[in-house]
Design a protein around this ligand. Structure first.
Ligand code: BG6
Length: 532
């Protein structure tokens, strides 16, 4: 009884601290609001966020810092606590020291205010007893918020490797889920290794949780510019009439990283870039670029349209694919992929892929969608380019530079449309210019939230819009599974490219053959370059 009184007092203190925060915190609701109407935060019930795999890298470097950021912005409900669960034997204090190392800079009292809500529990992942004990500890803490009458809601964040995923799911299902409130389960990729294993995983998960309880994260969906796609397409009238095969010559979606696998090669080798990036992040973007307008912004209506689009994409074939693998940098200073520990010397795992996808529907038939992704390239960049056809009867010969709408996802979010304009002065020459909406110059004081911050906030609100539904996953795997199996069975050799290069030349050829026109001679204005 005394314990309960003590917890109540602690809780009152936490509420007071939080109320102060919320007063002083910058209002971030507008920034964090996703494009869907979403549900509201339930502030009356207790909320426990259970981070499974709490001592691992993902939890320490991503999950906790993002929860801290939500707290700082006053977006963690007042009755929320966080329980870390992992095997390592640590006490609360050690654990708090470990996680706070990765927090963004903040005044000490704010860090402490957040850490006061964090607890650590050491247990076995496959043990129902461990989870029953955890549940007991959570019940106690929650009762201080609910006085036994309000529901206690729980979010289980699976920051654990796929190999123990089902064991944990089976153990938490009977033992640790809330009996009085809702339960939500956040899962991270990989969602299977191919179509069959993904189906098997989905079917096992569906015996434990309803689809409504599951939140499959694809963190690219939480990125500001990916969200902006919906707004650009459907809140403006200029794009939709030309957003089709009659006007768009091709679409290219690019993900480039300027670092290699850096010690993660052993893990990466079992997946490769197609599973790591193309089958999830890039295909999700493709779905948002290509889909029809949903009948509403509700999660199910949006996801219905994405699935319809993905089902119209033909399975990828070898004719439409180039794969690559990086070697050491020309100066020998940066090692090649095979020098990463754990990567077998005969590995044919691609670290680069360029694929041309075909969408068989009336909007897009004949317009190639090119996906390109790679590690150890010349720059870090993610962007979407919609390249338009030349005017059918141009008064100006040589369509030297087609219109191109560019959405830069990162770094420095920007939207710009490459256009032709007359060079000012006594000349009839044309120059390529752009209509520009760089976020940095247009929204000077805006700080884009981390994708994970938005996504976890959406789980708290119960908004499924930015999470991957089981049938989306199935449709995405259908596009890539045959080629993944063929690459593995036939041990197809990737084309080699040097660390820090643009990728294999064969990829540039495939992309050019698909109709993409790389415009040279166009430079981003110098003064703006300085700002970016
Ligand atoms: C992850 C991939 O999903 O996305 C990583 O597994 C990749 O290999 C990462 O580096 C890129 O994410 P971001 O947000 O840094 O572009």
């Amino acid at each position: 009884m005394e314990d309960v009184e003590q917890l109540k007092r602690e809780n009152e203190e936490l509420k007071r601290q939080l109320a102060e925060y919320q007063k002083s915190a910058r209002p971030r609701d507008a920034v964090l609001t996703s494009v869907s109407p979403g549900a509201a935060i339930d502030e009356k019930s207790a909320l426990t966020i259970i981070v499974l795999g709490a001592s691992g890298d993902l939890a320490k470097k991503k999950t906790y810092p993002v929860l801290f950021s939500l707290y700082l912005h006053g977006l963690l409900p007042p009755n929320a606590i966080i329980y870390g669960f992992a095997r390592s034997k640590l006490d609360d204090a050690d654990f708090k020291k470990q996680i706070s190392r990765h927090f963004k800079k903040a005044p000490e009292e704010k860090v402490n205010g957040f850490l006061d809500r964090c607890y650590y529990f050491s247990g076995q992942y496959n043990s129902a007893e461990s989870f029953a004990e955890l549940a007991k500890a959570m019940d106690e803490k929650e009762s201080a918020f609910t006085s036994g009458s309000q529901p206690a809601n729980r979010i289980f964040y699976m920051a654990i490797p796929p190999s123990i995923f089902l064991d944990v799911a089976k153990a938490i299902q009977p033992a640790a889920m809330s009996k009085t409130g809702w339960n939500r389960v956040i899962v991270e990729k990989p969602f299977g290794h191919d179509l069959d294993s993904s189906r098997a995983l989905s079917s096992s998960m569906s015996q434990l949780f309803t689809e409504d309880q599951l939140y499959r994260i694809d963190h690219y969906l939480g990125k500001e510019m990916v969200q902006n796609l919906m707004v650009l397409r459907f809140a403006n009238s200029v794009f939709e009439p030309v957003w089709n095969r009659n006007f768009v010559s091709n679409v290219i979606i690019t993900f480039k990283e300027d670092i290699g696998t850096e010690g993660r090669g052993g893990y990466f080798d079992g997946n490769g870039i197609i599973r790591d990036v193309m089958q999830n992040h890039l295909i999700q973007i493709l779905a948002l670029v290509g889909m029809e307008a949903p009948i509403s912004l509700s999660a199910e209506d949006v996801r219905d349209e994405k699935v319809k689009l993905l089902r119209a994409v033909s399975a990828l074939t070898l004719d439409d694919l180039v794969i690559g693998q990086y070697t050491a940098s020309p100066d020998g200073k940066t090692p090649g992929y095979k020098e990463d520990p754990g990567v077998p010397q005969d590995s044919v795992t691609p670290t680069f892929a360029a694929a041309v996808l075909h969408i068989n529907n009336s909007r897009w038939a004949g317009t190639p969608f090119i996906l390109k992704c790679g590690k150890a390239l010349n720059e870090r960049k993610a962007e979407i380019r919609i390249q338009f056809k030349c005017p059918s009867a141009s008064l100006f010969p040589n369509c030297s530079a087609p219109n191109e709408l560019v959405l830069r996802v990162q770094p420095n979010e920007a939207v710009y449309m490459k256009m032709l304009t007359k060079k000012p002065g006594l000349t009839t020459a044309l120059a390529q210019s752009e209509l520009d909406l760089s976020y940095k110059s247009r929204f000077e004081d805006l700080e884009s939230p981390d994708a994970y911050e938005r996504l976890i906030f959406d789980v708290i609100k119960g908004d499924h819009n930015l999470f991957v539904r089981d049938d989306e996953l199935e449709a995405a795997w259908k596009i890539f599974t045959p080629i993944l199996h063929q690459l593995e069975k036939e041990k197809i050799q990737p084309d080699l490219y040097e660390f820090g290069s643009r990728g294999p030349a064969s990829a540039d050829k495939l992309i050019a053959d698909s109709g993409y026109r790389l415009t040279t001679g166009y430079t981003w204005p110098v003064n703006r370059k300085a700002q970016l």
